[in-house]
Write a protein that binds this ligand. Structure first.
Ligand code: ADP
Length: 264
């Protein structure tokens, strides 16, 4: 199964991704985590994006696309993955389409977590307060000003993906404001529905149907557009009529019951 979790910062994508990992054994591919790891490791990409991330802006499309492309080819991602935080722009979504087509794979669903922005701000503020209370280090972008910038980036650059995936027919929306387990249940139902509606298309392309189609030219085509049944019925009635005519000729030649005239 391959899916995208779509929603603004704090919508609960990470939490729901963990549920899906546990339930379906998929890998969670979070571009935020990958980029943070690159920053921490001080790689070339990390140095390029550190300031951008701290400001709450989006990193360059090319950079993010290249790390995703490399990641989805690794063995653990072959049987399925959840993209969390990617794509975040229309060019990223287009690059993902191209990348999946090249590898001959398709997305099963795009799950949108619908949330109310005011509630989100409260959610993230309380997440910041809890992290501080535990004495843990905050993320560089975990502060109210940056949060507003991240939300603005979502509205301007990521929200258009909802229409993009609606056009593709892969979008399913769930209520991200519901309790965590209820959201998880809604996502499971959305995935079951996506699977049910995807089946007829898969059956059309299945090999047994192609074999039947391939046999068809070998069958005798019905004469002059008649259906084989009608053609058979006509042939048999012609045979019967022929038999009657032959019988009539025989009867004429040697009528039963009349004595033969002796030869002279
Ligand atoms: P959030 O808490 O907003 O869901 P993430 O952990 O997904 O955050 O991402 C944190 C930051 O990493 C983003 O604000 C952005 O700078 C960068 N980032 C992550 N994914 C992408 C992406 N697909 N495109 C561009 N930038 C990204």
């Amino acid at each position: 199964m391959r899916l995208i979790l779509l929603g603004p910062p704090g919508a609960g994508k990470g939490t729901q991704a963990q549920h899906l990992v546990a339930k379906y054994g998929l890998v969670q591919l979070s571009t935020g985590d990958m980029l943070r790891a690159a920053v921490k490791a001080g790689t070339a990409i990390g140095r390029q994006v550190a300031d951008i991330m701290a400001r709450g802006a989006l990193c360059p499309d090319d950079t993010v696309v290249s790390i995703v492309e490399e990641r989805i080819q690794q063995p653990d991602a072959r049987k399925g993955f959840i993209l969390d935080g990617f794509p975040r722009t229309v060019p990223q979504a287009e690059a993902l389409d191209r990348m999946l087509a090249q590898h001959g794979i398709a997305l099963d669903a795009v799950i949108e977590l619908r949330v109310d922005e005011d509630a989100l701000i409260k959610r993230i503020e309380s997440r910041i307060a809890q992290t501080k209370a535990r004495g843990e280090k905050l993320r560089d972008d975990d502060n109210p000003d940056v949060l507003h910038r991240r939300l603005a980036a979502y509205r301007e650059q990521t929200a258009p993906l909802i229409a993009y995936y609606r056009r593709h027919g892969t979008l399913r929306s769930v209520d991200g404001m519901a309790p965590i387990l209820e959201v998880a249940a809604q996502i499971e139902r959305a995935l079951e529905e996506a699977e049910r509606t995807a089946k007829p298309a898969k059956r059309v392309a299945a090999p047994p149907r192609r074999r039947r189609t391939a046999k068809r030219p070998a069958e005798k085509p019905p004469a002059r557009g008649r259906t084989p049944k009608k053609a058979t019925a006509r042939a048999s009635s012609r045979r019967k009529a022929g038999d009657r005519r032959k019988g009539a000729r025989r009867r004429t030649a040697a009528p039963k019951g009349l004595p033969r005239r002796p030869r002279a």
